[in-house]
Ligand binder design. Sequence first.
Ligand code: SF4
Length: 251
Amino acid sequence: MPRESQRARRERAAEIARRLGSEHPGSATDLCALRHDGPFQLLVATILSAQCTDERVNMVTPAVFARYPTAADLAAADPAELEEMIRSTGFFRAKTSHLLGMAQALDARFDGGFPPAMADLVSLPGVGRKTANVVRSVALGQPGLAVDTHVTRLSRRLGLTKATDPERIEADLCALLPESEWGALSLRLILHGRQVCSARKPRCSECHLSDVCPSAGIDVLASRASKPGKTSSPTRDRQPSARSRAKKTSS
Ligand code: SF4
């Protein structure tokens, strides 16, 4: 792809956001699949969603929310009982520790209230920028662009960033679009990543972003790579390697 000015990239990002918005309409709150009532419940659900499907989390959370309706209730939970309740979400010991630490900090430092500021949220045990951005954008109406593995993969394939560090990716994406779009864009990229642009089998021929995506066609490369004797990664850049360029030049 030829070098792109920041202005051109902004225009392309706006078009990508517009098309994703048509594909997945609604606000960040509408698009969030984790069932919750208020920021505290969403924070609990988001911590539980690490390495787990939203469907599984939604099966577990009703009992957790009923048993521990407030931060003070969760802060005083019996760890063994909580572990059993969330066992099916995986990594249940670490998640129990994070939930208890988070609830104890909320109860002790914020008097059971809920702090909207990023700095306060990421100071809670088990809460990183990704989780904080989910809660801010979905439950608090604040700007927030959560970067997970799907957002990382898609924003790189779409040529919206070259970064690999989530914080840098977040900054690059936020610089391209107005803050009112950040939360929904993150969730739309996740949905598009799950449904069309998966890590192993991107379906570029069916993707309505293909004419604005510099990686369009990697699905063909991926299927070639999956044939016997081919070992290329489906996510590899389409540029020929330095070695193959050297071979071509010398032949
Ligand atoms: S064109 Fe292909 S690589 Fe680009 S977003 Fe669509 S599926 Fe992903």
